[in-house]
Ligand binder design. Structure first.
Ligand code: AMP
Ligand code: MG
Length: 398
Protein backbone atom coordinates (compact mmCIF):
# COMPACT_ATOMS: atom_id res chain seq x y z
CA UNK A 1 0.00 0.00 0.00
CA UNK A 2 1.33 3.43 -0.88
CA UNK A 3 2.46 5.45 2.12
CA UNK A 4 0.96 8.84 1.50
CA UNK A 5 2.96 10.59 4.16
CA UNK A 6 6.16 9.53 2.39
CA UNK A 7 4.99 10.76 -0.96
CA UNK A 8 3.90 14.29 -0.12
CA UNK A 9 7.17 15.80 -1.32
CA UNK A 10 5.38 18.47 -3.29
CA UNK A 11 4.55 20.34 -0.10
CA UNK A 12 7.94 20.06 1.47
CA UNK A 13 10.80 22.52 1.57
CA UNK A 14 14.04 21.79 -0.24
CA UNK A 15 15.24 18.21 0.20
CA UNK A 16 18.82 17.60 1.08
CA UNK A 17 20.51 14.54 -0.40
CA UNK A 18 22.33 12.15 1.93
CA UNK A 19 25.71 13.03 0.42
CA UNK A 20 25.06 16.78 0.67
CA UNK A 21 24.05 16.39 4.30
CA UNK A 22 27.26 14.51 5.11
CA UNK A 23 29.37 17.01 3.12
CA UNK A 24 27.66 19.87 4.94
CA UNK A 25 28.44 18.25 8.28
CA UNK A 26 32.06 17.59 7.35
CA UNK A 27 32.46 21.17 6.12
CA UNK A 28 30.72 22.89 9.04
CA UNK A 29 31.35 20.79 12.14
CA UNK A 30 34.48 22.07 13.84
CA UNK A 31 36.34 19.74 16.21
CA UNK A 32 35.71 20.85 19.78
CA UNK A 33 39.43 20.68 20.49
CA UNK A 34 39.13 19.36 24.05
CA UNK A 35 41.72 16.69 24.72
CA UNK A 36 42.80 14.35 27.46
CA UNK A 37 45.59 11.90 28.01
CA UNK A 38 44.51 8.30 28.53
CA UNK A 39 46.32 5.07 29.23
CA UNK A 40 46.49 2.45 26.48
CA UNK A 41 43.87 0.46 28.33
CA UNK A 42 41.40 3.33 27.91
CA UNK A 43 42.37 4.16 24.33
CA UNK A 44 40.24 1.74 22.30
CA UNK A 45 37.52 3.58 20.38
CA UNK A 46 38.91 7.03 21.16
CA UNK A 47 39.97 9.64 18.57
CA UNK A 48 43.71 10.27 18.44
CA UNK A 49 44.37 14.01 18.44
CA UNK A 50 48.00 14.08 17.35
CA UNK A 51 50.18 12.13 14.96
CA UNK A 52 52.19 9.37 16.58
CA UNK A 53 55.63 9.17 14.97
CA UNK A 54 57.87 6.15 15.48
CA UNK A 55 60.83 7.09 17.68
CA UNK A 56 62.68 3.95 16.54
CA UNK A 57 62.15 1.28 13.89
CA UNK A 58 59.88 -1.74 14.27
CA UNK A 59 61.14 -4.29 14.73
CA UNK A 60 63.91 -2.40 16.53
CA UNK A 61 66.58 -4.94 15.45
CA UNK A 62 66.99 -7.69 12.87
CA UNK A 63 65.67 -10.93 14.32
CA UNK A 64 64.89 -14.50 13.42
CA UNK A 65 61.39 -15.30 12.16
CA UNK A 66 61.71 -19.00 13.06
CA UNK A 67 63.38 -21.47 15.36
CA UNK A 68 66.46 -22.63 13.44
CA UNK A 69 70.04 -21.88 12.46
CA UNK A 70 71.43 -18.50 11.44
CA UNK A 71 74.22 -18.38 8.88
CA UNK A 72 76.13 -16.06 6.59
CA UNK A 73 74.65 -16.69 3.13
CA UNK A 74 78.12 -16.30 1.62
CA UNK A 75 79.24 -19.42 3.55
CA UNK A 76 76.75 -21.65 1.72
CA UNK A 77 77.90 -23.92 -1.10
CA UNK A 78 75.84 -23.28 -4.23
CA UNK A 79 73.45 -26.04 -5.36
CA UNK A 80 74.41 -28.60 -2.71
CA UNK A 81 74.06 -29.11 1.04
CA UNK A 82 76.49 -27.26 3.33
CA UNK A 83 77.75 -28.54 6.68
CA UNK A 84 78.63 -25.88 9.28
CA UNK A 85 79.65 -26.22 12.94
CA UNK A 86 77.09 -24.83 15.40
CA UNK A 87 78.98 -22.31 17.52
CA UNK A 88 76.47 -20.21 19.41
CA UNK A 89 72.96 -20.07 20.74
CA UNK A 90 70.70 -16.99 20.87
CA UNK A 91 67.36 -17.13 22.62
CA UNK A 92 64.71 -14.41 22.33
CA UNK A 93 65.64 -11.51 24.57
CA UNK A 94 69.32 -12.52 24.84
CA UNK A 95 72.37 -10.67 23.55
CA UNK A 96 74.13 -12.06 20.47
CA UNK A 97 77.80 -12.40 19.58
CA UNK A 98 79.19 -11.82 16.10
CA UNK A 99 78.81 -15.00 14.04
CA UNK A 100 82.19 -16.41 13.10
CA UNK A 101 82.76 -16.96 9.40
CA UNK A 102 82.02 -20.53 8.36
CA UNK A 103 79.75 -21.28 11.34
CA UNK A 104 76.04 -21.44 12.20
CA UNK A 105 74.28 -20.21 15.35
CA UNK A 106 71.26 -21.83 16.97
CA UNK A 107 68.53 -19.15 17.05
CA UNK A 108 64.92 -18.92 18.16
CA UNK A 109 61.95 -16.88 16.95
CA UNK A 110 62.35 -13.22 17.90
CA UNK A 111 66.04 -13.63 18.84
CA UNK A 112 68.51 -10.99 17.77
CA UNK A 113 70.29 -12.01 14.57
CA UNK A 114 73.94 -12.58 15.44
CA UNK A 115 75.84 -9.74 13.69
CA UNK A 116 77.17 -11.08 10.39
CA UNK A 117 74.36 -13.61 9.94
CA UNK A 118 71.80 -12.76 7.24
CA UNK A 119 69.84 -15.97 6.61
CA UNK A 120 68.04 -18.48 8.84
CA UNK A 121 67.27 -22.15 8.14
CA UNK A 122 64.16 -23.56 9.80
CA UNK A 123 64.99 -26.33 12.23
CA UNK A 124 62.57 -28.64 10.37
CA UNK A 125 64.67 -28.30 7.19
CA UNK A 126 68.10 -29.29 8.56
CA UNK A 127 69.77 -32.39 9.96
CA UNK A 128 72.22 -32.45 12.85
CA UNK A 129 75.41 -34.44 12.65
CA UNK A 130 77.44 -34.30 15.85
CA UNK A 131 78.17 -30.63 16.49
CA UNK A 132 77.44 -29.62 12.89
CA UNK A 133 74.28 -28.83 11.03
CA UNK A 134 73.64 -29.94 7.43
CA UNK A 135 71.87 -27.17 5.53
CA UNK A 136 69.97 -28.01 2.31
CA UNK A 137 70.59 -26.03 -0.87
CA UNK A 138 68.03 -23.67 -2.34
CA UNK A 139 67.37 -21.10 0.39
CA UNK A 140 67.49 -17.41 -0.60
CA UNK A 141 69.66 -14.79 1.08
CA UNK A 142 67.68 -13.14 3.89
CA UNK A 143 65.24 -16.04 4.29
CA UNK A 144 63.43 -16.31 7.63
CA UNK A 145 65.02 -13.09 8.87
CA UNK A 146 63.07 -9.96 9.82
CA UNK A 147 65.08 -6.83 9.12
CA UNK A 148 64.92 -3.84 11.48
CA UNK A 149 62.22 -1.39 10.34
CA UNK A 150 60.40 -3.83 8.03
CA UNK A 151 57.17 -3.00 9.88
CA UNK A 152 57.59 0.71 10.63
CA UNK A 153 60.63 2.88 9.92
CA UNK A 154 62.03 5.33 12.43
CA UNK A 155 60.33 8.71 12.00
CA UNK A 156 57.37 7.30 10.07
CA UNK A 157 53.88 8.43 11.18
CA UNK A 158 52.57 5.20 12.63
CA UNK A 159 49.13 6.50 13.66
CA UNK A 160 47.52 9.62 12.23
CA UNK A 161 45.72 12.39 14.02
CA UNK A 162 41.98 11.82 13.68
CA UNK A 163 42.23 8.02 13.73
CA UNK A 164 39.59 6.19 15.73
CA UNK A 165 41.74 3.81 17.69
CA UNK A 166 41.12 0.12 17.24
CA UNK A 167 42.76 -2.71 19.17
CA UNK A 168 45.44 -3.06 16.49
CA UNK A 169 46.21 0.68 16.70
CA UNK A 170 46.58 0.40 20.45
CA UNK A 171 48.98 -2.48 19.87
CA UNK A 172 51.08 -0.40 17.48
CA UNK A 173 51.27 2.45 19.99
CA UNK A 174 52.36 -0.04 22.65
CA UNK A 175 55.00 -1.55 20.33
CA UNK A 176 56.41 1.97 19.97
CA UNK A 177 56.66 2.28 23.73
CA UNK A 178 53.80 4.73 24.28
CA UNK A 179 51.85 4.07 27.46
CA UNK A 180 49.46 7.03 27.20
CA UNK A 181 47.89 8.78 24.20
CA UNK A 182 46.36 12.20 23.65
CA UNK A 183 42.78 11.70 22.55
CA UNK A 184 39.69 13.87 22.08
CA UNK A 185 37.50 14.14 25.12
CA UNK A 186 34.39 12.03 24.80
CA UNK A 187 31.61 14.06 23.20
CA UNK A 188 28.89 14.76 25.77
CA UNK A 189 25.70 13.87 23.94
CA UNK A 190 22.31 14.38 25.53
CA UNK A 191 19.48 12.16 24.27
CA UNK A 192 15.78 12.88 24.71
CA UNK A 193 12.82 10.90 23.49
CA UNK A 194 9.64 12.79 22.72
CA UNK A 195 6.06 11.65 22.74
CA UNK A 196 3.08 11.34 25.07
CA UNK A 197 2.73 7.72 24.00
CA UNK A 198 6.06 6.70 25.51
CA UNK A 199 6.31 4.72 28.73
CA UNK A 200 9.61 4.01 30.42
CA UNK A 201 10.80 0.37 30.38
CA UNK A 202 10.51 -1.07 33.85
CA UNK A 203 7.55 1.19 34.66
CA UNK A 204 3.81 1.06 34.07
CA UNK A 205 2.44 1.19 30.52
CA UNK A 206 -1.14 2.22 29.82
CA UNK A 207 -3.19 0.62 27.04
CA UNK A 208 -2.40 3.47 24.65
CA UNK A 209 1.33 3.59 25.30
CA UNK A 210 4.45 1.87 23.95
CA UNK A 211 7.74 1.50 25.75
CA UNK A 212 10.41 3.97 24.65
CA UNK A 213 12.99 2.03 22.66
CA UNK A 214 14.79 4.70 20.59
CA UNK A 215 16.50 6.28 23.54
CA UNK A 216 18.27 3.07 24.47
CA UNK A 217 19.29 2.34 20.88
CA UNK A 218 20.69 5.85 20.44
CA UNK A 219 22.53 5.79 23.78
CA UNK A 220 24.09 2.46 22.84
CA UNK A 221 25.11 3.65 19.35
CA UNK A 222 26.70 6.77 20.83
CA UNK A 223 28.67 4.71 23.34
CA UNK A 224 30.00 2.61 20.45
CA UNK A 225 31.17 5.78 18.72
CA UNK A 226 33.29 6.69 21.73
CA UNK A 227 30.91 9.41 22.96
CA UNK A 228 29.70 9.98 26.52
CA UNK A 229 25.93 9.57 26.12
CA UNK A 230 23.63 11.18 28.69
CA UNK A 231 20.13 9.89 29.14
CA UNK A 232 17.81 12.89 29.40
CA UNK A 233 14.56 10.96 29.52
CA UNK A 234 11.25 11.54 27.76
CA UNK A 235 9.76 14.91 26.82
CA UNK A 236 6.00 15.29 26.56
CA UNK A 237 4.47 16.70 23.39
CA UNK A 238 4.21 20.19 24.77
CA UNK A 239 5.88 23.08 22.94
CA UNK A 240 6.84 25.09 26.04
CA UNK A 241 8.17 22.08 27.92
CA UNK A 242 10.14 20.95 24.87
CA UNK A 243 11.71 24.34 24.14
CA UNK A 244 12.65 24.86 27.78
CA UNK A 245 14.22 21.42 28.19
CA UNK A 246 16.20 21.69 24.95
CA UNK A 247 17.53 25.12 25.83
CA UNK A 248 18.57 24.02 29.32
CA UNK A 249 20.29 20.90 28.01
CA UNK A 250 22.13 22.75 25.23
CA UNK A 251 24.39 24.49 27.74
CA UNK A 252 25.55 21.23 29.23
CA UNK A 253 26.22 19.15 26.13
CA UNK A 254 28.35 19.12 22.99
CA UNK A 255 25.52 17.62 20.95
CA UNK A 256 21.81 17.14 21.57
CA UNK A 257 19.57 14.48 20.06
CA UNK A 258 15.85 13.93 20.17
CA UNK A 259 13.75 11.31 18.48
CA UNK A 260 10.19 11.78 17.36
CA UNK A 261 8.20 14.92 16.76
CA UNK A 262 9.86 16.10 13.55
CA UNK A 263 7.39 15.12 10.87
CA UNK A 264 4.50 17.22 9.69
CA UNK A 265 1.90 16.06 12.19
CA UNK A 266 0.16 18.62 14.35
CA UNK A 267 1.84 17.22 17.47
CA UNK A 268 5.33 17.48 16.01
CA UNK A 269 6.80 20.28 18.03
CA UNK A 270 10.52 19.64 17.80
CA UNK A 271 11.08 21.56 14.59
CA UNK A 272 9.06 24.51 15.86
CA UNK A 273 10.88 24.53 19.18
CA UNK A 274 14.20 24.49 17.35
CA UNK A 275 13.17 27.43 15.19
CA UNK A 276 12.12 29.32 18.31
CA UNK A 277 15.18 28.77 20.53
CA UNK A 278 17.87 28.10 17.94
CA UNK A 279 18.38 27.91 14.22
CA UNK A 280 17.32 25.22 11.79
CA UNK A 281 19.91 24.04 9.23
CA UNK A 282 17.71 21.58 7.41
CA UNK A 283 14.86 19.34 8.27
CA UNK A 284 14.12 17.19 5.26
CA UNK A 285 16.41 14.70 3.63
CA UNK A 286 15.82 12.68 0.50
CA UNK A 287 16.18 9.44 2.41
CA UNK A 288 13.94 6.48 3.16
CA UNK A 289 13.42 5.45 5.82
CA UNK A 290 14.03 8.66 7.73
CA UNK A 291 12.93 11.66 5.72
CA UNK A 292 12.06 14.05 8.51
CA UNK A 293 15.31 14.78 10.27
CA UNK A 294 15.92 18.23 11.69
CA UNK A 295 19.38 19.56 12.15
CA UNK A 296 20.26 22.84 13.75
CA UNK A 297 22.05 24.71 16.49
CA UNK A 298 20.83 25.76 19.94
CA UNK A 299 23.03 28.30 21.71
CA UNK A 300 26.02 27.01 19.78
CA UNK A 301 25.30 23.35 20.48
CA UNK A 302 24.52 21.24 17.44
CA UNK A 303 21.16 19.55 17.53
CA UNK A 304 19.70 16.66 15.55
CA UNK A 305 16.02 15.81 15.73
CA UNK A 306 15.76 12.22 14.55
CA UNK A 307 12.52 10.67 13.34
CA UNK A 308 10.45 8.69 15.79
CA UNK A 309 10.07 5.47 13.87
CA UNK A 310 12.85 3.23 15.20
CA UNK A 311 14.20 2.13 11.79
CA UNK A 312 14.20 5.72 10.53
CA UNK A 313 15.98 6.77 13.70
CA UNK A 314 18.58 4.02 13.21
CA UNK A 315 19.28 4.92 9.58
CA UNK A 316 19.48 8.67 10.10
CA UNK A 317 21.73 8.16 13.10
CA UNK A 318 24.15 6.32 10.82
CA UNK A 319 24.05 8.97 8.07
CA UNK A 320 23.75 12.20 10.09
CA UNK A 321 24.61 11.76 13.77
CA UNK A 322 27.56 9.45 13.25
CA UNK A 323 29.50 11.77 10.92
CA UNK A 324 28.56 14.77 13.04
CA UNK A 325 29.64 13.23 16.35
CA UNK A 326 32.89 11.97 14.85
CA UNK A 327 33.66 15.33 13.22
CA UNK A 328 33.07 17.13 16.53
CA UNK A 329 35.67 14.83 18.12
CA UNK A 330 38.12 15.62 15.32
CA UNK A 331 37.93 12.15 13.75
CA UNK A 332 38.45 11.56 10.05
CA UNK A 333 34.99 11.21 8.58
CA UNK A 334 34.40 9.46 5.29
CA UNK A 335 31.25 8.47 3.49
CA UNK A 336 30.38 4.82 4.00
CA UNK A 337 31.93 2.69 1.29
CA UNK A 338 29.20 0.34 0.10
CA UNK A 339 30.11 -2.98 -1.46
CA UNK A 340 28.19 -4.33 -4.44
CA UNK A 341 25.96 -7.29 -3.73
CA UNK A 342 23.46 -9.18 -5.85
CA UNK A 343 19.87 -8.42 -4.89
CA UNK A 344 17.79 -11.52 -4.27
CA UNK A 345 14.66 -9.40 -4.19
CA UNK A 346 12.55 -7.08 -6.26
CA UNK A 347 11.93 -3.61 -4.93
CA UNK A 348 10.39 -0.47 -6.32
CA UNK A 349 11.86 2.83 -5.25
CA UNK A 350 11.45 6.48 -6.00
CA UNK A 351 14.09 8.12 -8.19
CA UNK A 352 15.86 11.09 -6.60
CA UNK A 353 15.78 9.61 -3.13
CA UNK A 354 18.22 7.31 -1.41
CA UNK A 355 16.53 4.25 -0.02
CA UNK A 356 17.78 1.61 2.34
CA UNK A 357 16.52 -1.95 2.34
CA UNK A 358 17.06 -4.09 5.43
CA UNK A 359 18.67 -7.31 4.28
CA UNK A 360 20.62 -10.38 5.29
CA UNK A 361 23.54 -11.80 3.36
CA UNK A 362 23.80 -15.36 2.15
CA UNK A 363 25.38 -17.38 -0.64
CA UNK A 364 23.17 -18.43 -3.52
CA UNK A 365 23.39 -21.88 -5.14
CA UNK A 366 25.81 -20.47 -7.74
CA UNK A 367 28.18 -19.31 -5.00
CA UNK A 368 27.44 -15.60 -5.40
CA UNK A 369 26.82 -13.54 -2.29
CA UNK A 370 23.33 -12.12 -2.33
CA UNK A 371 21.23 -9.77 -0.20
CA UNK A 372 17.91 -11.14 0.97
CA UNK A 373 15.38 -8.53 1.91
CA UNK A 374 13.57 -8.64 5.24
CA UNK A 375 10.03 -9.58 4.19
CA UNK A 376 8.25 -6.57 5.71
CA UNK A 377 9.02 -2.88 5.18
CA UNK A 378 7.54 -0.76 7.99
CA UNK A 379 9.80 1.88 9.51
CA UNK A 380 8.53 0.87 12.94
CA UNK A 381 9.66 -2.76 12.77
CA UNK A 382 12.50 -3.24 15.21
CA UNK A 383 12.64 -6.94 14.31
CA UNK A 384 13.64 -5.91 10.79
CA UNK A 385 16.84 -4.55 12.30
CA UNK A 386 17.47 -7.32 14.80
CA UNK A 387 16.99 -9.95 12.08
CA UNK A 388 19.04 -8.26 9.33
CA UNK A 389 22.76 -8.04 8.68
CA UNK A 390 22.70 -4.53 7.29
CA UNK A 391 21.29 -2.05 4.84
CA UNK A 392 21.26 -2.29 1.07
CA UNK A 393 21.89 1.21 -0.25
CA UNK A 394 19.90 2.16 -3.34
CA UNK A 395 21.20 5.44 -4.63
CA UNK A 396 19.25 8.43 -5.87
CA UNK A 397 19.78 7.67 -9.58
CA UNK A 398 18.40 4.13 -9.30
P1 AMP B 1 6.62 10.86 15.57
O1 AMP B 1 7.72 11.24 14.62
O2 AMP B 1 6.80 11.49 16.91
O3 AMP B 1 5.28 11.09 14.98
O4 AMP B 1 6.78 9.29 15.79
C1 AMP B 1 6.65 8.39 14.73
C2 AMP B 1 6.42 6.99 15.26
O5 AMP B 1 7.55 6.60 16.02
C3 AMP B 1 5.22 6.86 16.18
O6 AMP B 1 4.62 5.62 15.94
C4 AMP B 1 5.85 6.88 17.54
O7 AMP B 1 5.06 6.24 18.51
C5 AMP B 1 7.15 6.17 17.32
N1 AMP B 1 8.13 6.60 18.29
C6 AMP B 1 8.47 7.87 18.58
N2 AMP B 1 9.41 7.91 19.53
C7 AMP B 1 9.67 6.64 19.86
C8 AMP B 1 10.57 6.03 20.79
N3 AMP B 1 11.35 6.77 21.56
N4 AMP B 1 10.60 4.69 20.87
C9 AMP B 1 9.80 3.95 20.06
N5 AMP B 1 8.96 4.45 19.18
C10 AMP B 1 8.87 5.79 19.07
MG1 MG C 1 5.70 11.91 18.48
Amino acid sequence: MAQLSDDCFAFGGPMLSVDSAIDLIIARAQPLGAYERVSLMQADGRVLCEDLAAGFPLPPFANSAVDGYAVRFSDLVADQPTSLPVVGRVEAGAAAQVLATGAAARVFTGALMPPGADTVFMQEDVTLEGKSVILPAGLKRGANMRPAGEDVQAGEIALCKGARLRPQDVALAAALGAHELNVAQRLRVGVFSTGNELAVPGGERSGSQIYDSNRFMLLAMLARLGCAPHDLGVLRDDPEHLAGALKAAAGEHDLLLTSGGVSTGEADYVKNALERIGSLTFWRMAIKPGRPVAMGVIDGTPFVGLPGNPVASFVTFAYVVRPLALALMGAHVAHFQPLPVRAAFAYKKKAGRREFVRASLGFAADGVLEARKFPREGAGLLSSLTQSDGLVELREDV
